[in-house]
Design a protein around this ligand. Structure first.
Ligand SMILES: C[C@H](O)[C@H](O)[C@H]1CNC2=NC(N)=NC(=O)C2=N1
Length: 101
């Protein structure tokens, strides 16, 4: 069953527990700073594995040492759902291990 889009209030409540994650209303996003380019690429690969496990995929952008993750739920027309929040939580759980700030 398709997940229901979160209300703005539900989104804000979810983000309150996700430091530095932001929303533009239609997606949630976080930019991490890593120690360098390869650490950024390594974290992106780790996130990709989590996304395959969850079958839920973000758009990732790698700069020199920056990794930006932006996600919403395609199956409900590009809105924010609990699936996006769940992915953000999983990414936050691995960030410290990558030295991401
Ligand atoms: C067919 C496949 O299961 C679907 O396209 C999955 C894959 N990954 C996904 N990722 C995101 N962000 N939203 C989706 O609705 C979604 N659906």
């Amino acid at each position: 069953m398709a997940p229901q889009p979160l209300t703005p209030e539900e989104t804000e409540q979810a983000l309150a527990a996700l430091p530095h994650w932001t929303t533009d209303g239609d997606s949630v996003s976080r930019t991490y700073s890593l120690a360098g380019h390869l650490p950024a690429a390594a974290m992106a690969m780790h996130i990709a594995a989590i996304q395959e496990e969850l079958n839920h995929h973000s758009d990732m952008t790698i700069g020199y040492n920056k990794l930006t993750v932006t996600v919403n739920t395609h199956s409900v027309g590009g809105r924010i759902t609990e699936l996006d929040v769940a992915l953000a939580r999983r990414i936050e759980q691995i960030a410290a291990g990558h030295g991401a700030e």
